[in-house]
Design a protein around this ligand. Structure first.
Ligand code: PMP
Length: 397
């Protein structure tokens, strides 16, 4: 059985971290990660999480199975966060939400559901996209295509290309869209561009699948959720996977969800019943701890406020690092313009660094980035930024 099995390729991003860990240079910096680090270069344990865990431990509970679709209080809190507490789709019972194993789990549940009920659809993802989108939808059995997205010349979105592509792909196609903070580029659509996308997707009968892994990292919780709401108001069907890995710094607890907006409440009830079958045959039901922590924080006013403040702190720190990055490079490399970095949103920047420059940063300065030039701005801090900027200025000379 195993004799003819070939070694699978290494995960490109995790491979960077392995090489970084083995590096002995005391100045080494890992900008290849997809994780928020605080100014001390550590993954934070949020105070709201610590307090929610303390509250939960005051009344330790037995760990029976959760319902197939997860903790009811969690699903309700997620819906209100994603669609807004006053959302019509919630009032009209047109939205269903199931707890999932992180954002990845939400995407996979949606992909498996779609393969059952729309087996001949093809999937369209942005070029480039989060590196797992293609593999995830392919492993659910779909053919995956790209729509144009990033324009290297302008360091922004190739909107003409994107909308042109959405206007030609067949009705019933599944279109994966980053609701905010595009990974890997950091380049998001403007409000006017989103309006056009929603119109084309709705008129042409495409199936939108919104991936929202960074709510709160762009402009704010409600601001970043705006696109989800606009799609929901457009009528449905809409698929939304969201993740708390980053916004709660709960990477290892695997907390996320899949929400589906149906056209009627009756449809929604049938959709949920089928979604539960997908879950049941995958992992039966989700784990308790992360969902309880998030539900407790979101539904306890004092902890909710604390979370919003801590999330704002992460967002502001990333922005400060973007500004420092641009200003310091202006001094050290005045012939180059990096102003686009402050326009980008979320944890990442397509920095424009080429593969040979990325290689040089790694080999000569122990600074690790992704070959595409993607850097994690959230891995910069007040202690490593000068070293990183000096090195970048030297490699782009
Ligand atoms: N979608 C995107 C765009 C992401 O960047 C990530 C995480 N890197 C995910 C989904 C998956 O999130 P999670 O870690 O919660 O599974």
């Amino acid at each position: 059985l195993f004799a003819s099995i070939e070694m699978a390729p290494r995960d490109p991003i995790l491979g960077i971290t392995e090489a970084y860990n083995a590096d002995k240079n005391p100045n080494k910096s890992n900008l290849g990660v997809g994780v928020y680090y605080d100014d001390n270069g550590k993954v934070p344990l949020l105070e709201c999480v610590r307090k929610a865990e303390a509250l939960l431990m005051e009344k330790p509970a037995a760990r029976s199975y959760l319902p197939i679709d997860g903790l009811a209080a969690y699903d309700k809190a997620v819906q209100e966060l994603v669609f807004g507490a006053d959302s019509k789709v919630i009032q009209e019972k047109r939205a269903v939400t199931a707890q999932a194993l992180g954002g990845t789990g939400g995407l996979k549940l949606g992909a498996d559901f779609l393969k059952r009920f729309s087996p001949n659809s093809q999937v369209w993802i942005s070029d480039p996209s989060w590196e797992n989108h293609r593999a995830l939808f392919e492993s659910a059995g779909f053919v995956v295509n790209n729509y144009p997205y990033y324009d290297a010349a302008t360091k922004g979105v190739n909107f003409e290309g994107m909308i042109g592509s959405l206007k030609t792909i067949p009705a019933g196609s599944i279109v994966v869209l980053h609701a905010c903070c595009h990974n890997p580029t950091g380049a998001d659509l403007t409000d006017a561009q989103w309006k056009e996308v929603i119109q084309v997707v709705t008129e042409r009968g495409l199936i939108p699948f919104l991936d929202m892994a960074y709510q709160g990292f762009g402009d704010g919780i409600a601001e970043d959720g705006k696109v989800v709401r606009q799609f929901a108001e457009a009528g449905g069907p809409v698929f939304i996977s969201n993740s708390f890995s980053k916004s709660f710094s709960l990477y290892g607890e695997r907390v996320g969800a899949l929400s589906i907006v149906a056209v009627t409440a009756d449809e929604a009830a049938r959709v949920l019943s089928q979604l539960k079958r997908v879950i049941r045959t995958n992992y039966s039901n989700p784990p308790t701890h992360g969902g309880q922590v998030v539900a407790t924080v979101l539904s306890t006013p004092e902890l909710r406020k604390l979370w919003e403040d801590e999330l704002a702190g992460m967002r502001v720190r990333i922005r400060e690092m973007r500004e420092a990055f641009v200003n310091k490079l202006k001094e050290k490399a005045p012939d180059h313009n990096f102003d686009f970095v402050t326009k980008q949103r979320g944890m990442f920047s397509y920095s424009g660094l080429t593969k040979p420059q990325v290689d040089k940063l790694r080999d000569e300065y122990a600074i690790y980035a992704v070959d595409t030039g993607r850097i994690c701005v959230a891995a910069l801090n007040t202690r490593n930024i000068d070293y990183v900027i000096d090195a970048i200025a030297k490699v782009i000379k």
